[in-house]
Ligand binder design. Structure first.
Ligand SMILES: C[S@@+](CC[C@H](N)C(=O)[O-])C[C@H]1O[C@@H](n2cnc3c(N)ncnc32)[C@H](O)[C@@H]1O
Length: 260
């Protein structure tokens, strides 16, 4: 029962699969805003918001949230969840390479590799310019992604399972193709949803093309765009008191950029 569909169109499972990190990530966004902004942030923007797990968490903390995503199903789901919980915010079907926010944002964030969906330098620059135009001066852009150090093992595989209520979701991420020359990899994403008796109910599998970055490449991309100052980097432990050195030693990297 494997469907050739886009896993991103099934946010009810995606959001559960990544739900364990939501609070930690939201805590980091709030802590970074407090540490680096000289104003009180109110408006948050998430390009590639998916089903809105972070929009919801942050809206429940009192922020006004806005999200953009290409997946109609994910946007619809995010808006339903916001309305159901009576939270302030909205998601829209929009391309993060050229969208416009309803109001300028104070802080934007884009975690878990979404940025790597921009496959060319051209599209990454268009996106960074779009976010720069969406942010007020002094606002932040927080970008998190898995980097490929020059000596890293290119065959990467990760598996985990999440049990929520009466379903278990098994998730597997597998790099099925990697080419340093073209800066591309293919990440196979599999989700198996099982009922309380362990019987598979749904199986999803999607191959996502992603762009590869090394530390220096990311730094020079941000410099080239010119609208941002790179303030600090962190890893996926999200410890705001532990900024790190940007280097190829870091695998998972969170960049904190400030709009000039
Ligand atoms: C890795 S998922 C992350 C979802 C969500 N941000 C989260 O943290 O759970 C990437 C999301 O980016 C969206 N996406 C990919 N390319 C996009 C683009 N050019 N514009 C807007 N959304 C995009 C996908 O539809 C997907 O929902």
């Amino acid at each position: 029962m494997t469907y050739a569909v886009d896993c991103y169109d099934h946010p009810q499972y995606w959001d559960l699969a990544f739900g364990e990190d939501t609070k930690l990530e939201a805590d980091f966004i709030v802590a970074a805003a407090k540490k680096y902004c000289d104003f009180e942030p109110q408006r948050l923007l998430e390009p590639g918001c998916g089903g809105g797990r972070l929009l919801l968490e942050l809206a429940s903390r009192g922020y006004l949230v806005e999200g953009w995503d290409l997946s109609e199903a994910a946007v619809q789901y995010a808006n339903q969840q916001l309305a159901k919980q009576n939270l302030q915010g909205q998601a829209a079907v929009a391309d993060m390479q050229n969208a416009t926010p309803t109001e300028p944002a104070d802080v934007a964030y884009c975690l878990v590799n979404t940025f790597r969906h921009l496959l060319t330098e051209e599209s990454a620059i268009a996106h960074l310019k779009t976010v720069a135009a969406a942010l007020r001066p002094g606002g932040l852009y927080i970008v998190g992604m898995h980097m490929l150090p020059p000596d890293a093992d290119e065959d990467d595989e990760e598996e985990w399972a999440v049990e929520v209520d009466d379903v278990t979701i098994e998730i597997k991420l597998d790099v099925t193709f990697c080419c340093r020359r073209t800066r591309r990899e293919t990440l196979r994403f599999e989700m198996i949803v099982k009922d309380s008796a362990g019987r598979p109910q749904h199986e999803f599998q999607t191959d996502y093309d992603m762009r590869l970055y090394e530390a220096e490449e990311a730094r020079s991309l941000f410099e080239k765009v010119g609208d941002f100052e790179l303030l600090d980097v962190y890893d996926f432990w999200y410890d705001i008191d532990e900024p790190l050195e940007l280097s190829d030693e870091l695998g998972d990297t969170v960049f904190v950029l400030r709009r000039k």
